[in-house]
Design a protein around this ligand. Structure first.
Ligand code: NAD
Length: 359
């Protein structure tokens, strides 16, 4: 909670280059600045095709790599690391969503190579030092400054091809970073300021993206917010919301962004009344009477994901999921959390019940 004005805040060393239509020029400048001469260009097949020629012309590309898999399976990471070593690359450029950035991070983690990230979704992975790998059904994450991209090249024009449904889910994933940053274990007033501006910009940008997916204005607001959300979240650490989604994504293989979009209002309904400062800041950022009113109005406007049962969670998995989540709940959560609370929250999120009536 953000009540004390005593805090220690780490600001991450990273350059942010923002400009629609400027990815090629910004990328060239950043790679030149790093003194790199053998770049490994990483992107999913669809991502690379969309951006490839346009933004990578003039780069010293030694290897194009497109085996990108969500949640970075260890064997996929091992193959990519071997390819990087075999081609003697000296810098990594990732063009794509969180999965692509995640693969670049997995290589950087062991090879110590610098990353320049060109994000094409709103996942925000590019602005965090968090890496993730999966082995079987088990996802491991860690924090290491070696995986923090040296530079981010944001170009909203590269995101216009992201389908509206995915854009909405991904944008709400960014919103979840903002909300959780308000009460994460290391929450502080700087994170809260970044997060509030992120919420304001998402609330302005996402409806425009849904209404005019090709338009740059909404895309720029949303991409800018994606950065703010991740910077705030990286500093504040995972709060209750991310602990819940981490278990749901890892153990039940639910889709990342949609799971965040569905669960967030229930966590806000649970925590909001016990976190008056966060509640006030979030409500103000939405321009709404309460934080939950603002979030629900935005979700209605966007026709956003509503129920976990739509994404493959079985109802009889809820009790075990609650038990798996409980030990990871941060002790600093604004209110105590019991297994029964988690079951109530998950049952409501599973069925899509009105979050305002659950707690
Ligand atoms: P993603 O990267 O898997 O992309 C989703 C889909 O969208 C893919 O099929 C991709 O090819 C496609 N796509 C991406 N950009 C596109 C574009 N501009 N146009 C058309 N299609 C496009 O999904 P994501 O939600 O961006 O990232 C999810 C992953 O990132 C998860 O593994 C999650 O754990 C990780 N993540 C990590 C952090 C972190 O800090 N380490 C933060 C957020 C997310």
């Amino acid at each position: 909670m953000i009540e004390s004005m005593r805090f220690v805040h780490d600001t991450l060393p990273q350059r942010v280059c923002f400009g629609s239509g400027e990815a090629a020029a910004n990328l060239r400048r950043e790679i030149t600045g790093l003194g790199a001469s053998r770049v490994m260009l990483i992107g999913s097949k669809s991502g690379l095709r969309a951006a490839d020629e346009e933004i990578t012309a003039g780069l010293p590309v030694a290897l194009r790599y497109d085996e990108v898999v969500m949640h970075v399976p260890v064997e996929v990471a091992e193959r990519a690391r071997a390819a990087a070593a075999e081609h003697d690359v000296d810098a990594l450029v990732s063009v794509g969503g969180g999965s692509t950035t995640g693969l670049a991070k997995a290589i950087a983690l062991t090879a110590g190579l610098p990353i320049v990230a060109v994000p094409t979704t709103y996942s925000g992975s590019e602005a965090t030092p968090v890496w993730g790998l999966t082995e079987g059904a088990r996802k491991t994450t860690g924090v290491d400054l070696r995986v923090l991209p040296k530079a981010i090249v944001y170009d909203a024009a590269l995101t216009t091809s992201l389908p509206v449904e995915l854009s909405v889910a991904s944008g709400l994933n960014a919103l979840a970073h903002c909300v959780d940053a308000m009460w994460g274990p290391s929450a502080d007033p700087i994170n809260a300021a970044l997060a509030a501006e992120g919420i304001r910009s998402l609330a302005a940008g996402l409806p425009q993206v849904a209404a005019a997916p090709e338009g740059l204005d909404g895309r720029e607001h949303t991409l800018y917010a994606a950065y703010l959300s991740a910077a705030a979240f990286a500093s504040a650490g995972s709060g209750l919301h991310h602990k819940i989604c981490h278990v749901l994504g890892g153990a039940y293989n639910l889709p990342h962004a949609q799971t965040h979009a569905t669960v967030l209002p229930y966590v806000l309904a649970f925590n909001g009344p016990a976190a008056p400062d966060a509640e006030r800041r979030i409500a103000a950022a939405f321009g709404a009477a309460t934080a939950l009113d603002g979030l629900l109005a935005l979700k209605r406007q966007l026709d956003a994901p509503r129920a976990l049962r739509d994404y493959g969670l079985a109802q009889d998995a809820i009790a075990a999921a609650a038990d798996a989540i409980l030990p990871s709940v941060p002790p600093s959560n604004p209110r105590p959390v019991t297994a029964a609370d988690l079951r109530t929250l998950l049952r409501a999120a599973w069925s899509g019940a009105d979050p305002a009536t659950v707690f």
